[in-house]
Design a protein around this ligand. Sequence first.
Ligand code: NAD
Ligand code: MG
Length: 389
Amino acid sequence: MIGVTVLGSTGSIGASTLDVIERHSDRYRVIALTANRDVEKMAAQCREFTPKYAVMADETAAELLSTELKDAGLDIEILAGSESLVEVASLPDVDSVMAAIVGAAGLLPALAAAKAGKRILLANKEALVMSGQLFMDEVKKNNAVLLPVDSEHNAIFQCMPNGYQGEMEGVGVRQILLTASGGPFRSCDLNELEAVTPEQACAHPNWVMGRKISVDSATMMNKGLEVIEACWLFNAEPSQVQVVIHPQSVIHSLVDYVDGSVLAQLGSPDMRTPIANALAWPERIDAGVEKLNLFDVARLDFEKPDYKRFPCLRLAYAALEAGGSASAILNAANEIAVDAFLNGQLKFTAISSVVEQTLTAVHSVAVNSLDQVLEADQEARMFAKRLIQ
Ligand code: NAD
Ligand code: MG
């Protein structure tokens, strides 16, 4: 039995992960589940999967969970606080860690899994955006196995040669083509963007996701974060990662080889495919995903991204080129701006302005330690908050 910790189990990726695990209960055993505050969902998951540990990052939520589960007679240890997230990511009986907490909160537990030499199924792209070099170094140093769950990166992983070691030229790869749906505002009138509501921004045409990543998809900051993620995962230069808008979300990304071959991974837009791929790799397991029907898809379209419509994409490339802590600053400012937008304090079009002004004001430094990453993150958050106020 493969022991699994699911970080962020009550979220969209967390729930899809448990769906796949449930289909293969002879193969996977849930050791720990974690969430921030959603007591009800966590209690239901505890009843169904009876993990050894359930962690609520929020202390009050942990107390409520204890009360909720008191009469169920389950042998589950309930823990609280962010240190407990780190603890359950590195337990000896855990083989695989699904890193599916949203945002910077996911960095330390994902890093703990790397330090403990686990198989890391990485959905939390923010961890790599913030601390790419440090994260990759820890993976290598501790013989951890890092498998991408983000659908595009999982697609690229599947299209790269087996055993790819981070030498694109060496294996004849010319370019990575990272597909993007373009989100809900791909073709609307540019003047309409200012008045966009959180509900409109979260109504993604092809994917059902958490609210933060849904807004990121609407601004295309998500694709910007993914470009940075791809550069770290596959040791690519920014110029070697081309974003391609593909509105049908059927091709999840492509790899372009020097002999002219372009390999793509296709599938129905359902995160259970990359989740199952990462869980079972190098084997394949049923993920419960609807078979792709090419006759229904009928056509595949491609467009170049427009930086005027999607300034966040340009900002992400700029942060990547700047290097050092710039990506952590970009990520922190974006988290604050998206939160303010979701709470009705900021216009949709101001998200990119907050990120741009924060990137200009907070100076990027070379990163040699985690403390430097966390400092840059805090400084950028404070600056962005003041800007919004
Ligand atoms: P979500 O909002 O649905 O779920 C987030 C999870 O993280 C929840 O379980 C929540 O309780 C937990 N969480 C939030 N804040 C926390 C905190 N401070 N401390 C501890 N736990 C906390 O998000 P999601 O859509 O599942 O996305 C999760 C991650 O996966 C994100 O990094 C996202 O970019 C990435 N991702 C998601 C998708 C998708 O289809 N949803 C696709 C690719 C990548
Ligand atoms: Mg993605």
